[in-house]
Design a protein around this ligand. Sequence first.
Ligand code: NI
Length: 393
Amino acid sequence: MVSTRADIRTIAEQVVRDRRHLHMHPELGFQEHQTSRFIADRLRALGIDTRAPIAETGVMGILRGRAPGKTVLLRADIDALPIDEENDVPYRSTVPGVMHACGHDGHTAILLSAAEILASRRDALRGAIVFAFQPCEERPPGGAQAMIAQGVMDDPKVDAVFGLHLSQELPVGTVAARPGPIMAAADMFRLEIAGRGGHAARPHECVDTALVAAQVMVALHAVVAREVNPLEPAVITVGQIQAGTAPNVIPDSALLRGTVRTFDPDLRQVLARRVEEVATSVATAMRATCRCTYEWGYPAVINEETQTAFVANIARQAVGETQVVTRDQSMGGEDFAYFLQRAPGCFFNVGTRNDSRGLVWGHHHPRFDIDEAALPVGVEMFVRLTEAYLARD
Ligand code: NI
């Protein structure tokens, strides 16, 4: 059997070529038609059982080894963002206003190359590998739930799930894993405040919704500060506030929109209730009304301990002891959480940052770009962990 290193060297150019192709042709969530076709064609050419489309624009591949055994699911998200790329590179986005600014082009290219190497070694494998190319990670409700609802984890029944995210916070050459909650539950709320508009010089005849919105906003910020254990991570952010059309008119309505981030499922429920209670009570106290719409987003990403230790061990083999780090927790959201709710596994990070080459811009920035030397690292991680997992009894 060829060594993993030798196989990685043979796909090193291809994984970069694939990433650049995808980078030039980005598509938004649930619109990834070309991307989906590109993936499905490649999987079929490798002799992998391919189901496409699944969950609108997703692709599922199943690779079975020579004998029965466990099943591993590997996931890549495939969608881009509504951002106009500002990089001047040969592989710049060809679609105005759409850009792979989070690295999902890299995730897709990595999983395609991992599939190719694993397919070439299928006779040495026991069990099965499910390749889940998931649409629409960036925008709730996301594609993960839909893929799971359409059976991506059922036949064959998945025993463990693994996914990776490229990270500009980590230097290229590093891999990071962390057990337990690593990314937050990300919910949204919408508060529609209704009062009575009128002349700015006659406030006593009005119910001023601009002022109510301001009080609601201040009161909401006291919830985390005064009601949540300071050792427990939580965020309430009001990111949007709208009221009024003129400086001399009291507006009769106002709109606040925001997000709530938590790790703890009980605290998540408490904050959902408190956002509504605080907003409606403050509005009532000020003679206005408030209608709260709470949208449940992705749950927290919680890495299972044994699988995370396993991934860290594989990372030490792939990049060496000193290049394996423990990542920080983040209040960002990620719908890989749904896969982890159904099977134990680990979501890990592969570093892409390179200060000396100026590859320093963060995810979702119009100048986001990665050090592509990270791509073969991602391939090696997927190949090694899959083979090691399936070889176990
Ligand atoms: Ni992302």
